[in-house]
Structures are given as C-alpha cells and as structure tokens.
Design a protein around this ligand. Structure first.
Ligand SMILES: Nc1nc2c(c(=O)[nH]1)N[C@H]1C(S)=C(S)[C@@H](COP(=O)(O)OP(=O)(O)OC[C@H]3O[C@@H](n4cnc5c(=O)[nH]c(N)nc54)[C@H](O)[C@@H]3O)O[C@H]1N2
Ligand SMILES: Nc1nc2c(c(=O)[nH]1)N[C@H]1C(S)=C(S)[C@@H](COP(=O)(O)OP(=O)(O)OC[C@H]3O[C@@H](n4cnc5c(=O)[nH]c(N)nc54)[C@H](O)[C@@H]3O)O[C@H]1N2
Ligand code: SF4
Ligand SMILES: [Mo]
Length: 694
C-alpha cells in the first residue's frame, strides 16, 4: 500500500492528510499526525476527500457548444485550437481589455501563475478571483497598515492567547481546526462579536450581539475608552507606529454614548470590553467575513488593527490583529497570481519590481502586463456593457456565489466566448458555457498551497490520471501553445518549473520563498513564508513583526482611519428587515457542488433552500415552521425559502446560507470603496407569507 501526504484543498487551514492507496483506490484517509496545522485531526470535509469525483464525474474530454445549442465532445487539441483562435480574434477585434478571467483561491499557486501568464502577460486581459469576494478587504487593510499583505500570526497564537476576540468569524463551523486549537488553550477567554448568536458565540465566554455593520463604531469607541483610561502602550506607539495623533483626534467624538446608540450595545458592555483588552496579557483580535464583506470593510478591519497597535498587542506570542483567510490557497492567489499585484507582490507601475519580475521570468518589460486587473464587479459590469467579450471561469461558481447573482446570468448571455474550467459540467455556471474544460481534482494534481498562517504545503498526486484526463496546469499550457506563445512557455513546462519562477519573483520581498524547494515540502511540516535561501528553520511556527518593524518605507505601522460613513443601503419602510448571509454547517462547502458528493453531508440537507428566522417575526407574519415563504430584496428580486426557526438571530434579521443560489439572488451590487469586496451581509428585505397558491 502506498501512502501519500497531501493538502486538503477546501478551507484556509490547508490541513495535511495521509492518503493510503491500493490498486489506484484510496482505502484510508488519516489526518497527518505531525503536521503542525491539524496535528492528526481534520473535519468531515477533509476525511471525505476520498469520495471526490465518485459521483457527477464528467467525461474527460472537453466540450464545445454547437450551433444547435448542444455540447459536443472534441479532442483536447481541437478544443485548444478553437479557444485559441477565438481568443486571438477577439483580441484583434476589440483589444486585450475585452478578455477576462475569473479565477479562484482553491487551486495550486503554480496554476494561478500560469493562468495569468497566458491571460494577462500574453493576451493583455483581466483576471480577478473569487478571493475578491473574500479576502480583498484584508489585502487592502494590510497593505495600507503594514506596508504589505501579510497576516502576521501563526496558528499557535490561538493556544497562547489569553484573550481571544473573534469578530465576524464563526470558526466552530468555518475553521473547525482553529476552534479545536482554541479549545486546547486552558487559559483563554473567548469574546465573540456578531449580530447573530452563531455556533461560536454559543460557545464563547462573552458574546456581544451588535447591530450589523456597526463594528467600526465599536472599535473607534473602544479606542476612545482606551485613550480616556490611558490603557495604551505609549512606548510601542512611539517606536513602531505613525499617525496616532490623528487617530486620537478622530475617535474623540466616538463617545460611549454615541457608540452605544449606534451598536445597540450597552455602555457597560463597552467598558467591559475595554477592561478585557486592558487586563489581558496576550490579547489577539481575529476577523473573517463578518468584517471583510461590507460597504465600509477596509476601514473596519483597520479599526481592529488600530486596537492592537495602540495596546502593543502585536508581534508577540498570543497577540495580533489577525485576518483568518477562507480558501485553502487564498494566500497563494494574493501573492502569486499576477492580478491585483505583481508575482511576489508589488505594484505594476513600480519599475524596480517590474525589472525583478522580468528578470525572473526572462521576459521583456513589454511582455509583462502593465496594470492591475479590473476588479470582479467591473468585469461583470463591462460584460453587461458589451465591452468584455470573452470570459474564462476557473474553479469558481459565480452564477451562484456572485452578489446579486442574476447580473452574472445576464452578463454571460452577452459574451462571444464563455469558457468554464471545472471538475463538474453541471454547476450553475458550467451549465451555460460555450466551452467546457473538464479537469481532474486535487487528488491527481501537483502544486503548492499557502494557508492562513502563510504556510506552504505540497499537493501531490494521490491517484494517477486516466486516459484523456487533464490537470488545470496542462490545459493552460495547451491553450498557451495553441495561442502561439512559443518560447514564452519554455520556463513553464511543469508546476515545479513554475514554482522556481515564483521563488525568483519573491526574492527580497516580504513573502520571500527562495529557500523553499519541492523536496522540502514533501512529507514535511510545510514552511511559512518568509523563508529565504540559506535560512535554517529552528521552529515550526513563526510570526511576523516580532522586531516591531513593518514593511512600510518608515518601517512603522500606520494608523488608518476615516469618519464613519452613512450606510448607503439602509433599511426602509418597504424593506424593514436585514438579510445576513454566510456558512451554515461544517459539512457544507460554498455552492455545494463538491460536498454534495459526501453522502454523509448531502443526506442531511434538503434541496429546497431554507432560511433562519426568529419565531417572533414569523408569528407576526403568520409563517409556520418549515413553511415556504417569500423574501423580497431591495435589489428588486425575490426568492423563496422554507422557514427554520431560531432565537439565535435577532427578530429583525434573517440568516440565509450562501450554500443556496436563492440567497445571492437577493444580495446587492454594493462594495467597499477601497477593496471592491461585496457587501454580502446586510441586505434590506421584506418577507411575505404566500397566499392563494396551491
Ligand atoms: N463549512 C465551511 N467552512 C468554510 C467555508 C464553507 O463554505 N463551509 N468557506 C470558507 C471560506 S472561503 C471562508 S471566506 C470562511 C468564512 O468564514 P466566516 O467568516 O467565519 O463565515 P461566515 O459564515 O461567512 O461569517 C461569519 C459571521 O459573520 C457574521 N456577521 C454578519 N454581519 C456581521 C457584522 O456586521 N459584524 C460582525 N461582527 N459579524 C457579522 C455572521 O453572522 C457570521 O456568523 O469559511 C471557510 N470555511
Ligand atoms: N451571500 C454570500 N455569498 C458569498 C459569501 C457569503 O458569505 N455570503 N462568501 C463568498 C466567499 S468568501 C467565497 S470564497 C465565494 C465562494 O464561491 P465559489 O468559489 O463560487 O464556490 P465553490 O463552491 O467553492 O466553487 C468552486 C468551484 O471550483 C470547482 N473546483 C474545485 N477544485 C477544482 C480544481 O482543481 N480545478 C478546477 N478547474 N475547478 C475546481 C468546483 O467544482 C466548484 O465548481 O462565495 C462568496 N459568496
Ligand atoms: S476543510 Fe479545512 S479544516 Fe476541514 S480538513 Fe480541510 S483544511 Fe482542514
Ligand atoms: Mo471565502
């Protein structure tokens, strides 16, 4: 029997699993005992990975839509040629700006890098990812505050912290390994901030149920109290930060009275929280989508960072202002996808960085794309406006997951070329494409993942590819060659070769990985960046900013802040309730196309979309438990859900799970101004009992 250690390609932990294989069948999956992330544990999704592609598996040949509307199997070479010819014609007719890709945080970084080499460097198009829906806010917040997109922590900080703030994060459901590590910490207080009494809130020591999207008021208000009581680390502020005085002046007006009114929390609760921060010796503040997905998300994330900076709770064991990522390789996409920034980081207009990347890739300056991608929302808007003509969707399911998702359905009708590359041909997105590229799942691929604590780990083939099966990497190479990229692909022949290129691009950057080799990732504990050539690892876990130096030109962290802006989409008399959305259970993954194959998960959920509603509101509307009712959104659309009663949502809010396509039918086209991340978590809605239908 052979054992292959590989990486779970779902959530941001990127746990390692040992797959035991006999006669090309996985006979056992055991979470890798010594892997420092999951230490012999995993969630149901990881240990069910042996069932991936056991059902719904498409034929391995690509498909092209015929004039009669039917899809026809063609050879790979034919498909590459058809796609390449069409892309070149579109580029010639309308220019590179008319070509776009929507990528993902769920494939190896080598594949992301090559996809953008073809799409951006060669075709001069745009590529954004589903990471825009997820981590864009943290990226911008980190860049502005720390000088680089760098989550500073190591997962061990969950076990070392005595005061753990979880803000808009529900790890009991979404990051079970994190919750496991919190539980192992004997000395902690867990404080949860969430408008909904989430599964994590139910297990917390302190729960503060604030009004939706008022976190920024809360943290400005806490800063006000910390200043008033002089609960500050003056030495840290002076030595390692800038702009504190400006911040101090701003938060003066965020008095406990005003903040209490905005957040709905009592003044006592605010003082209680400030005391928790002050008395904690190792205070850590963690956030996820409850913060990132909002119309004022970047400044909210920074209001959390500011608390850590002013109290000196950063760069030490058990501390930090820490964004938890979502997908297994969100960090890979952030640093190595050539989309919003250059390979290895840095801006497209930075001549020094351009030169370094060009040297690494052995290309000329003209051959390296010269501007950041259009963000996701602009790509969809420009398709709808008829300016973008070709779209290549890679390992994401936007017809379901995009906000106000019928705008995506409308957009794809206008395309001249719509390619979907996925494991399954029956997703809500792939159903509608012109060209379908079926690819093998992670179980048959090679590449590198970077998890939430910046740890690189190896994906290695557990099973062998069958006849005609292709990896994502091979498809990009095939299309690239058919496009005539020629010698531009010479250094990209294998994932390992691409990794070597990315290493070179990272040289001297905060995410320097020049010391990492494929060999050093195989069957090991993985390696966190930075890890430079010649360095030795003395510990399994490392955090950033231990010396107080940041990546800004002055080496000082920046206090970033702004007057709180009005909610651009408040509730109204017609839409008086709020729709909150997010994950529902450990077993369900996003649009459910992958977890539907895990019978133990799938059997537990109905096909009909459901939504959580407080029994008091349901009673007011005469809606019974499990009854189908209608939700109308301020975006002009309606969806139907069955009612699930819970007192864990406030009476004026409903909680819809993102696992059903009906939910994003209702979410608005509203974004944070800096990160362009959608505001998924607060949509004004109304609800109606269905009458007169039988
Ligand atoms: N089982 C499972 N695990 C997953 C995923 C999955 O689909 N299924 N997806 C992965 C991915 S990609 C991601 S990004 C992560 C997401 O991980 P999380 O962010 O933990 O998950 P969510 O359920 O989106 O949102 C977290 C919480 O934010 C709260 N919230 C809503 N509005 C506000 C607000 O205004 N303020 C505050 N403080 N809180 C608010 C919601 O009530 C919810 O409880 O999960 C990852 N893990
Ligand atoms: N209302 C609401 N909407 C949300 C959110 C929310 O909190 N609320 N969260 C947002 C967030 S944070 C995220 S990350 C997105 C996630 O949204 P999506 O990315 O759309 O969700 P997934 O179901 O993970 O889709 C991944 C697709 O990739 C395919 N796939 C898996 N592995 C591979 C591979 O190796 N190669 C290829 N080519 N395909 C592969 C799968 O079959 C699947 O079709 O949803 C966002 N939408
Ligand atoms: S989904 Fe996340 S927690 Fe579960 S096994 Fe995979 S990486 Fe680990
Ligand atoms: Mo995400």
């Amino acid at each position: 029997m052979k054992k292959v250690q590989s990486t779970c390609n779902m959530c941001a932990l990127a746990c390692n699993l040992d797959f035991y294989v006999q006669d090309e069948k996985i006979v056992n999956v055991i979470p890798t005992p010594y892997y420092p992330v999951n230490k012999g544990f995993s969630c149901i999704k990881g240990i069910s990975l042996d069932q991936q592609m056991s059902q719904f598996k498409p034929s391995p040949l690509p498909r092209i839509r015929m004039a009669n509307g039917e899809m026809k199997n063609v050879s790979w070479d034919e498909a590459y040629k058809v796609v390449a010819d069409k892309l070149l014609t579109i580029k010639e007719t309308y220019g590179g700006d008319s070509i776009a890709g929507i990528s993902t945080g769920q494939i190896p970084l080598e594949e992301m890098a090559l996809f953008s080499h073809v799409m951006r460097n060669f075709l001069r198009g745009h590529v954004d990812g589903n990471t825009r829906l997820c981590m864009a806010t943290s990226v911008v917040a980190h860049k502005q505050s720390f000088g680089f997109d760098a989550p500073p922590y190591t997962l061990n900080d969950f076990e070392l912290s005595d005061t753990i703030f979880l803000i808009g994060a529900n790890p009991v459901v979404t990051h079970p390994i994190i919750w496991d590590r919190i539980r192992k910490n004997p000395n902690k207080k867990v404080i949860v901030i969430d408008p909904r009494r989430s599964e994590t809130a139910q297990n917390a020591d302190y729960y503060y149920g604030l009004n939706s999207k008022t976190d920024i008021y809360l943290f400005y208000g806490l800063a006000h109290i910390l200043i008033e009581k002089d609960y500050l680390d003056h030495a840290y502020i002076k030595a390692h930060t800038e702009n504190f005085d400006g911040f101090k002046a701003l938060v003066k007006q965020y008095t406990p009275e005003m903040v209490s009114e905005k957040t709905g929390l009592s003044i006592d609760a605010l003082y209680e929280m400030a005391e928790l921060i002050h008395t904690g010796e190792r205070v850590s503040l963690w956030w996820t989508m409850g913060v990132n997905q909002g119309y004022e998300a970047v400044r909210t994330a920074q209001s959390i960072i500011n608390i850590a900076l002013m109290t000196g709770h950063i760069g030490k064991p058990g501390t930090g202002a820490n964004s938890i990522t979502g997908q297994c390789n969100a960090m890979g996409s952030r640093a190595f996808s050539n989309t919003a920034g250059l390979y290895g980081g840095g801006d497209f207009d930075n001549p020094k960085r351009r030169q370094a990347v060009c040297e690494a890739l052995q290309i000329t300056d003209e051959q390296l794309i010269n501007k950041p991608t259009l963000p996701y929302n602009a790509i969809i808007e420009k398709i709808n406006a008829g300016e973008i003509k070709a779209l290549w969707v890679l390992a994401t399911n936007p017809r379901h997951s995009w906000t106000n998702n019928s705008t995506f359905a409308e957009a794809i009708k206008k395309l001249e070329l719509f390619i979907v590359q996925d494991l399954f041909e029956d997703t809500d997105t792939s159903n509608n494409c012109d060209v379908f590229f079926p690819v093998v799942p992670g179980l048959k691929k090679t590449g590198t993942y970077i998890n939430t604590e910046r740890r690189l780990s190896a994906m290695r083939p557990v099973l062998t590819k069958e006849e005609n099966e292709r990896t994502d990497y091979e498809v990009f190479l095939g299309v690239g060659k058919a496009l005539g990229m020629g010698s531009l692909l010479d250094l990209w022949e294998t994932p390992e070769a691409a990794f070597e290129l990315m290493k070179k691009c990272s040289k001297g950057m905060p995410c320097d990985i020049t010391g990492v080799t494929y060999e050093s990732l195989e069957g090991t504990k993985g390696i966190q960046w930075p890890f430079r050539e010649g360095e030795m690892l003395s510990e399994d876990e490392r955090r950033l900013f231990e010396d107080g130096n940041y990546y800004t030109p002055s080496k000082k962290a920046q206090f970033m802040f702004e007057e709180v802006r009005e909610n651009p989409l408040p509730t109204t008399a017609d839409f008086p309730y709020i729709l909150n959305t997010g994950r529902d259970t450990v077993g369900q993954w996003h649009t459910q196309v992958r977890t539907r194959e895990f019978n133990v998960v799938n059997d537990a959920y109905p096909e009909q979309a459901y939504i959580y509603i407080h029994p008091q509101l349901a009673a007011e509307k005469g809606i019974q438990e499990n009854e189908l009712f209608e939700v109308a959104s301020i975006n002009g659309r309606t969806s139907r859900f069955t009612a699930k009663f819970t007192e864990n949502v406030p009476p004026n809010q409903l909680y819809g799970s993102m696992h059903y396509i009906e939910t994003n039918n209702l979410t608005p086209s509203l974004y944070d101004p800096y990160s362009k991340e959608p505001s998924y978590k607060t949509t004004p809605i109304n609800i109606y009992k269905i009458v007169g239908e039988c």
